[in-house]
Design a protein. Structure first.
Length: 264
């Protein structure tokens, strides 16, 4: 659609919205989406192209994420997951975040609530985020998989995603990162690393160093579930040292107290 056509459609919808209090009405959301589309350089479709970084601005990120969220919620690419999930778990937080955390997949609690990292591991992640000096709402949190990996009937716990499931779902995460354009991504655990970089390795060799995801600095650290299993101070300190590197990269001031967390 060309810009003059869009102008015409928006003007017509605004008129309907103002003059008609019965259905069909132009929803505020649709009008906002069209207005965002009009503000972008013209291309074949209505929505700006998130893979073109020039078209993404802090104020249109939410509108760009919305249609991806809708596609995810209707996704049946993994029929076994589409039929077992309560709902998809897209991601949560600030669409214009400097810092983005990527985990592996929703578990039981996330599948129920529709939000990533709300179970025990999630509560620990939230504490880590706060210790870094951020509110949970300031960062963005997503997973490689948007559906909970299915479990045999009556089985307890969660299973890791298969390589096939990750490959199928990964494009959604790629789109999210393309839009959010964080300054730093943190991969939580080996599955997140595999989803983001396609590489397998031991966490011992991967964590604590800077990697790169499509040019975005990527810090790899242990998954909070690992810290729940291994409560030693030394493992907590390792994760914290990784987060201190992240804070430094983001040029965020770090207090002496923060610097010394989890020291022996
Ligand atoms: N573990 C993850 O990797 N992601 C979640 O959302 C919850 C637990």
């Amino acid at each position: 659609m060309q810009k003059p056509d869009l102008d015409f459609v928006i003007a017509a919808l605004e008129k309907i919205r103002e003059t008609n209090d019965r259905l069909p009405r132009a929803s505020r959301n649709k009008l906002a989406q069209l207005t965002v589309a009009r503000a972008q350089p013209v291309r074949a479709g209505l929505a700006p192209d998130a893979s073109d970084r020039r078209q993404v601005t802090p104020s249109n990120k939410e509108a760009l994420l919305a249609p991806i969220r809708e596609r995810v919620s209707a996704c049946t690419k993994c029929p076994h997951l589409a039929s077992s999930r309560t709902q998809t778990v897209f991601g949560v937080g600030n669409p214009d975040a400097d810092l983005m955390f990527v985990g592996e997949a929703p578990g039981f609690d996330e599948d129920r609530h529709g939000e990533p990292f709300v179970g025990r591991a999630g509560q620990l992640l939230t504490r880590i985020i706060k210790a870094m000096g951020f509110a949970r709402e300031e960062v963005y949190i997503a997973n490689v998989l948007k559906c909970r990996p299915d479990m045999p009937a009556g089985a307890y716990g969660n299973r890791a995603p298969t390589p096939q499931e990750m490959q199928t779902c990964r494009p959604y995460l790629v789109e999210q990162i393309d839009i959010i354009q964080p300054r730093v991504v943190v991969a939580l655990g080996a599955v997140a690393v595999e989803g983001l970089l396609g590489t397998r390795g031991t966490m011992r060799e991967l964590r604590g160093r800077w990697h790169s995801y499509s040019g975005v600095p990527l810090m790899i650290t242990y998954h909070p579930a690992y810290l729940l299993r291994n409560q030693s101070l030394s493992e907590k300190r390792k994760v914290w040292e990784d987060m201190l590197q992240v804070l430094e990269r983001l040029e965020k001031p770090v207090s002496e107290k923060q610097r010394n967390y989890f020291k022996e």
